[in-house]
Design a protein around this ligand. Structure first.
Ligand code: ADP
Ligand code: 5GP
Length: 206
């Protein structure tokens, strides 16, 4: 059954498991596409340009802003991050669901542009566990980890603006919850192609 394209925004403190969860869920849902962001942050080891992010210079990021190439963009603990507009618009036009990992400032901007966006907030089980995961990931300097942890308490206040929350205690359970949210959102009558439903109905009657 055809469904109108829409956006799922996943936010949550750095280290809560957004990327891990998205990579678990992507292969499980047909026509679910990941929007790769642009960032001025340096790549972490193992991160691939064009796969995890488009890594750009400050100058390139400025140019992208000037050319209105971002759906939204924001500064997050000293680096800039933005969602390239053409990919998202094309996928939505094609009836796909686009999932993106965007901070709370980005989520607010997208909600203003697209009121039917689905906002999901990912929570670590505890702050101590968040600290452990950031340390275990071993990709950020001690100072960067401290900044990210400090920022996460402020972020939590914005959970009230979100539609759903998922506690990422056990990864399989968290993935199951995200899959359920996406599948339920695809069943909304408001997202259905009503002419396709009518055709299906007529075909069954004949
Ligand atoms: P984010 O994208 O939110 O910054 P990551 O996906 O990079 O977070 O996850 C941060 C770290 O936590 C990674 O090392 C990842 O393997 C680990 N992690 C993610 N989810 C879980 C989980 N449910 N249990 C234990 N470790 C997890
Ligand atoms: P990280 O440096 O850990 O990959 O990401 C830091 C923060 O930037 C996370 O909160 C993540 O959700 C956010 N982020 C990643 N891409 C984008 C984007 O395109 N736009 C905005 N606004 N935030 C983003």
């Amino acid at each position: 059954m055809k469904v109108k394209g829409f956006l799922i925004v996943l936010s949550g403190p750095s280290g809560s498991g957004k990327n891990t969860l998205i990579s678990r869920v992507l292969p499980r849902i047909p026509n679910l596409k990941y929007s790769v962001s642009a960032t001025t942050r340096a790549p972490r080891s193992g991160e691939v340009d064009g796969v995890h992010y488009f890594f750009v210079s400050d100058h390139q990021f400025d140019q992208m802003i000037a050319k209105n190439e971002f759906l939204e963009w924001a500064e997050f603990v000293g680096n800039r991050y933005g969602t390239p507009r053409p990919f998202v618009e094309k996928q939505i036009q094609q009836g796909h669901t686009v999932i993106m990992d965007v901070d709370i400032q980005g989520a607010v901007q997208i909600k203003r542009l697209m009121s039917d966006v689905v906002l999901v907030f990912l929570l670590p089980p505890t702050l101590d566990e968040l600290r452990n995961r950031l340390k275990k990931r071993g990709q950020d300097a001690t100072e960067a980890i401290a900044k990210r942890l400090e920022h996460s308490s402020e972020e939590l206040e914005y959970i009230v603006d979100y539609d759903y929350y998922i506690v990422n205690d056990d990864l399989d359970r968290a993935a199951e919850r995200l899959v359920s949210i996406i599948n339920a959102e695809r069943c909304r009558v408001a997202r259905a192609d009503l002419s396709a439903i009518q055709q299906l109905w007529q075909r069954r009657q004949n």
